[in-house]
Design a protein around this ligand. Structure first.
Ligand code: PEP
Length: 250
């Protein structure tokens, strides 16, 4: 049985006051239930947001990390620094990091390995561009991203990973993949996991959908038994929207 997961990605939004206000409102309405909830806030807010969540079942997440333990990497944050702040999850390889900050699958692979080594759960993001979908390259692109991001990751390590399928054309655009597209593509990812790591592992790994998830489309997206939750950007900045997404099945 895979536990559903709803993760909010604040990106470079909010400040200490608005962030604390938001998580207080969310944690008042979200009790420990059968859905895990993660809030991935910007680095400078991790300490304060973590304190606000200390009595809550909601977990703290980061949006990125470096793969080295320490050293001359100006502007970067290590896994150990995140651990000190109580971080349990980290988004790795978000399409904005791939596109704007030119992260490669190799860098993403190193980050996934380091997060696993330090027992932070990586939420590995994969997804195709619009022209790749339109030219029937989605599966090739995803296979390439998965193979190269998971080099030298053992079956035992892979069982801890969360994968987020985020079609790049659906992120922040208001365009959601149809439930059929999401189900089909996430089915492909689960099939790839089965090929690479075997059936037991492929049934263990949680795969999320991300891309313009809102309260009014979460139920249809979650209809596919292969989809275990959502990575939510814009709608995670609004308490009512995020709470309604978390409570979609009730
Ligand atoms: C995201 O940031 O991962 C995301 C899916 O954003 P949005 O929900 O705003 O499309």
């Amino acid at each position: 049985m895979r536990i559903p997961l709803i993760a909010g990605n604040w990106k470079m939004n909010m400040n200490h006051e608005s962030g604390k206000d938001l998580v207080r409102k969310i944690s008042n309405k979200v009790s420990a239930s059968d859905t895990e909830v993660v809030v991935c806030c910007p680095f400078p807010m991790l300490l304060e947001i973590g304190k606000c969540l200390s009595d809550s079942s909601i977990m703290l997440g980061a949006q990125n990390m470096h793969w080295e333990n320490s050293g001359a990497f100006t502007g970067e944050i290590s896994a150990d620094m995140l651990l000190e702040l109580g971080v349990k999850y980290v988004i790795i390889g978000h399409s904005e990091r791939r596109q704007i900050f030119l992260e490669t699958n190799h860098m993403i692979n190193l980050k996934v390995k380091k997060a696993l080594e330090r027992q932070i759960v990586p939420i590995l993001c994969v997804g195709e561009l619009l022209n790749e979908r339109e030219t029937q390259q989605t599966e090739r692109v995803l296979r390439d991203q998965l193979e190269n991001s998971l080099v030298n990751i053992t079956t035992q390590e892979a069982s801890k990973i969360v994968i987020a399928y985020e079609p790049v054309w659906a992120i922040g655009t208001g365009k959601t993949a149809t439930p059929e597209q999401a189900a089909e593509t996430i089915g492909f990812i689960r099939g790839w996991l089965k090929e690479k790591y075997g059936e037991t592992l492929s049934e263990k790994v949680r795969i999320l959908y991300g891309g313009s998830v809102k309260p009014d489309n979460i139920s249809e997206i979650m209809e596919s038994p292969n989809i275990d939750g959502a990575l939510v950007g814009g709608a995670s900045l609004n308490d009512e929207d995020f709470i309604n997404i978390i409570h979609f099945q009730h």
